[in-house]
Write a protein that binds this ligand. Sequence first.
Ligand code: SAH
Ligand code: SF4
Ligand code: F3S
Length: 446
Amino acid sequence: MQTFYMRTYGCQMNELDTETMAGILEKRGLVQVEDENQADLLIFNTCSIRDLAERKAMGKIGQICRGKKREKIIGVTGCMANAKKEALFRNLPHIDFVLGTNNIHDLEHVLDEILATGEKQIRIDDQFSKELDYRIAKRQDKYKAYISIIRGCDKFCTYCVVPYTRGPEVSRDPEKIIEEAKELVDQGYQEITLLGQNVNSYGKDQPDWNCLFHDLLYRLDKIEGLKRVRFLTSHPVDITRELMEAIGSLPSLCEHVHFPLQAGSSRILKKMHRIYTKEEYMEKVILLKELVPGVALGTDMIIGFPTETEEEFQETLDAMKEIRYDNGFFYTYSPRKGTPAKRWADDIPEEVKHERHQRVLALHNEIAGEKMREKLGETVEVLVEKRSSKDERYLRGLTRCWRHVLFEGDDNLIGQLINVTLHSLSHHTFIGDVKALRESLPHPTS
Ligand code: SAH
Ligand code: SF4
Ligand code: F3S
């Protein structure tokens, strides 16, 4: 076994798990390849969040299995491994191993067993219990990195598989997180994104540590050379005033908060077990906008949840008009096996879901477009990432508010924080002019 190929589906947590597995395999002497046909080992790190996500992965793995040569090893990891377990061997008879989200540390052992015995292997733990050495991760980016701070989810929204595929919340030791962040800064990383299904539950499972999410942010902000910190995802119920104050006051904390509303109707929110009402959510939005002027807001929405009426859907649109999100991800409801909502009739016809989905997207694009036009003329801080693959004239970078910007400039700007004046828009990307290196201007607001 000399080469491996990896394909990732799903969220950023899966991306980091893929990077970690790739690091483990490289340490073992394997070389990563982009072409699946060249690989001796193929790993599909899968997602179960919606039916479409599962179907995409199953289709691809099925196709690979049909052309499988005997000496190749194929594994399925990620949330689908936890959701389907042994059944995967029945659906995909050519796969060699199934490794759950809480068993990444078992990867080498599983490979050794397969090589020694030729037998299929499965490892699925309910809970994440072992500290993973994430420092081994083979990071995709050179200037931005993910750090896992909490795994699992205890919220049990009625539609969601994640509590079953990732297990209960387990926070990571703050010392380990700080150590990892320092190492990344020493390696030249400018921006870190703290990851968890619900980052603002951080530390609640470990009261002895005396380190809640906002405490962790204050500690990270002290790291010399760490320019930007982001986090994904936050549950609205756990967004506290202390957290908002930290975002407003800590220079490293980006002024961008993704906190998914899911639906604009309090009746639907209750049925979803989101444990907040629309009014409580709105109060938090108002306070956040007050404590973090210019904050960019993101959301996820589920369209066509069981029993959602046209009037209740209108409440989602009304909430969007009131809040004016900068980013949004909009999904039609997909019933998931094992979740409470699966027991209810999926009673909104597909064409109604589709039609509502189109309306929600149109409204979001209109609002997000307006918000972007309001920014034209402003000078904002940009982390320069790379030369644009679509148009070689431009460099490409990311603002603190998670917007892409294109501008002309030399390659030596790559990896730096610079100030760019935004002058026009191309779809959802800003075009700008380099103003000056960041250090020469006052603290940026965007
Ligand atoms: N922990 C995050 C969400 C992770 S899943 C949070 O609570 O905010 C990402 C998004 O997928 C969710 O926010 C939700 O909008 C969507 N989603 C989850 N389950 C879904 C389902 N069964 N059907 C449609 N969308 C779903
Ligand atoms: Fe799923 Fe809800 Fe947990 Fe998010 S908070 S991962 S939507 S159960
Ligand atoms: Fe998918 Fe699992 Fe992430 S279900 S969205 S890969 S936590």
